[in-house]
Design a protein around this ligand. Structure first.
Ligand code: ADP
Length: 508
């Protein structure tokens, strides 16, 4: 069944976080930026997110939020829970944001957990959110062409769409797309939570909602959605293997023909070194040295590092979790610091890594700076002031910081995995590779692998012509969302084609 290639699509994006309202990681950047890019491309976009009211109140850049007056009640295993819907315009677009307000579930300081760990009622909170999304679509007569779900928090939506809501009006030509941002987070809960889903208990089976003895909400989305995507082509291959599939590789191999890897873009307005308001000086590709040097000096001063323009400044901005390769950095830190480099870390996460990094900073005053916390403007200043960026990840679905780094003239050192492999081109020391290289890429997850890449980078750093070329190659890359958004639209049209085909064959 053919879909008009240029028709305007009605797209509903569902996400558990989105900038500027809430953010714990890359998902928030993607949900926000994709909303903007699809809207600019002329589609009718509605973004639905939970309303973590205390998180958004007073936050810079958050648009004014209004009450729609709509209320709805969902029976959460015998407990009627009422939610309401607020709305806002997504900044600088025509897209609409619907915020699902439910104070018991969402009036919290963080989306998923606090210092004590993940909230104990996360399955209930996000089953409620997932059940709210199609209900809101129905009550507001949104009649979407596409319901685009993201990660386990919205994994129940494709299942509800294909069962309960398939019988109700308003979804006759709605296709679902499920995007995996990180296979490591699957929303696995006890079987006893099944009644919270509103699905018939018979769906608790290995073909639909159960995986390895648990209710699995990511798997639910992967089993029911019309099309699946993940956030880079290499990660799309990796998750179909036993090593990268986190227990769901069998299902993903089975659904491989419906799976597409689309590299995330970045918000090139928010991340623009020429206009970034938090930088000491702006700079651009043809004239980066002076501005970047001023940003470096300012960063060194702000973080209490020695004022030394010649010291290569390595940086990392990251969640401090096993995935990010911090054990490799810890293993090489001593030998790296003996080479008179400077190291800057910004992040939060596991207490173990927080303490490890803080101890290192205490041992190397003026040479190592560690900021434990989430600080967006410092993240921008680090990207601008650093010379090299470390991302030796164990796995990395896409990664955004390596793209921010290239745009800010900071040369990334990354492991050849997931989206890092798709977005950094290795410099092997030859004139030929210098034509396109943007950084340093190592294959094996080992301290030796990282150390060799650091050696190569420090050799290149000595040669200002080589370094200039690496910086400029990176700064010239196009990471804008327009490119990626076009690929999502192709997937949407494929998904919609499948639904219309099924309808034509009377299979719905
Ligand atoms: P992940 O989604 O695994 O956390 P990504 O690289 O895809 O990793 O995205 C992380 C995003 O969060 C980036 O925008 C990064 O700059 C930001 N970020 C991570 N930790 C911090 C922090 N402590 N302070 C500010 N920004 C952070």
């Amino acid at each position: 069944m053919s879909i008009q290639q240029n028709s305007r699509l009605r797209i509903v994006l569902a996400s558990s976080e989105a900038v500027p309202f809430s953010k714990t990681g890359g998902l928030a950047d993607v949900a926000g930026a994709l909303t903007g890019a699809l809207s600019h491309a002329g589609h009718e976009v509605t973004l639905i997110i939970p309303d973590y009211t205390p998180l958004r109140q007073g936050k810079a850049g958050v648009p004014e939020v209004h009450d729609t007056g709509l209320q709805f009640t969902i029976d959460m295993n015998g407990r009627p829970m009422t939610g309401s819907v607020h709305w806002a315009l997504y900044p600088q677009t025509d897209a609409r944001v619907l915020l699902v307000k439910q104070p018991v579930y969402f009036d919290r300081g963080q989306p998923y957990g606090d210092v004590a760990g993940a909230y104990g009622d996360n399955s209930e909170r996000f089953c409620f959110f997932s059940r709210a999304v199609p209900e809101i679509c129905r009550r507001m007569v949104l009649r979407p062409d596409i319901l685009h779900c993201n990660d386990w928090q919205t994994g129940l939506i494709p299942a509800l769409l294909n069962t309960h809501y398939a019988k109700l009006g308003g979804f006759e030509r709605t296709a679902s797309v499920m995007t995996i941002h990180n296979m490591a987070y699957q929303g696995a809960f006890g079987k006893s939570d099944m009644p919270l889903t509103g699905m018939h208990p018979g769906f608790y089976n290995p073909s639909h909602m159960e995986a390895w003895g648990h209710l699995n909400l990511l798997k639910t989305g992967l089993a029911f959605a019309d099309q699946l995507t993940t956030v880079s082509p290499t990660y799309a291959s990796e998750i179909c293997t036993q090593e990268g599939g986190c227990g769901l590789d069998g299902l993903l191999r089975w659904r491989k023909s419906a799976l597409t890897g689309i590299l995330n873009g970045i918000d090139t307005h928010v991340w623009n070194p020429a206009t970034d308001p938090v930088l000491q000086a702006g700079f651009s590709v043809d004239n980066w040295q002076d501005g970047k040097a001023r940003c470096k000096a300012h960063l060194q001063q702000r973080l209490g590092l020695a004022d030394n323009p010649a010291a290569p400044l390595f940086a990392m901005v990251s969640r401090l979790v096993d995935q990010k390769g911090l054990d490799l950095i810890a293993a090489i830190a001593g030998s790296l610091l003996a080479r008179q480099v400077q190291l800057v870390f910004l992040g939060t996460g596991d207490r173990y890594y927080e303490h490890l990094l803080q101890e290192t900073a205490q041992r190397y005053p003026g040479q190592v700076s560690v900021t434990i916390g989430f600080d967006e403007s410092l993240a921008h200043q680090i990207e601008a002031g650093a010379d090299l960026f470390l991302m030796p990840s164990r796995f990395e679905p896409c990664g955004l910081n390596q793209m921010y780094s290239q745009r800010y003239g900071t040369v990334p050192i990354v492991r050849q995995v997931g989206g890092l492999a798709d977005s950094v081109i290795h410099y092997d020391g030859t004139a030929d590779s210098l034509k396109t290289a943007t950084g340093f890429v190592f294959a094996n997850y080992s301290a030796a692998g990282l150390s060799a890449a650091v050696d190569q980078a420090l050799t290149a750093w000595q040669d200002s012509t080589v370094w200039n070329r690496l910086v400029q190659n990176g700064m010239r890359c196009d990471w804008s969302w327009d490119r990626s958004a076009g690929k999502y639209v192709e997937v949407y049209r494929r998904a919609l084609g499948q639904v219309l085909q099924r309808r034509a064959e009377n299979r719905l």
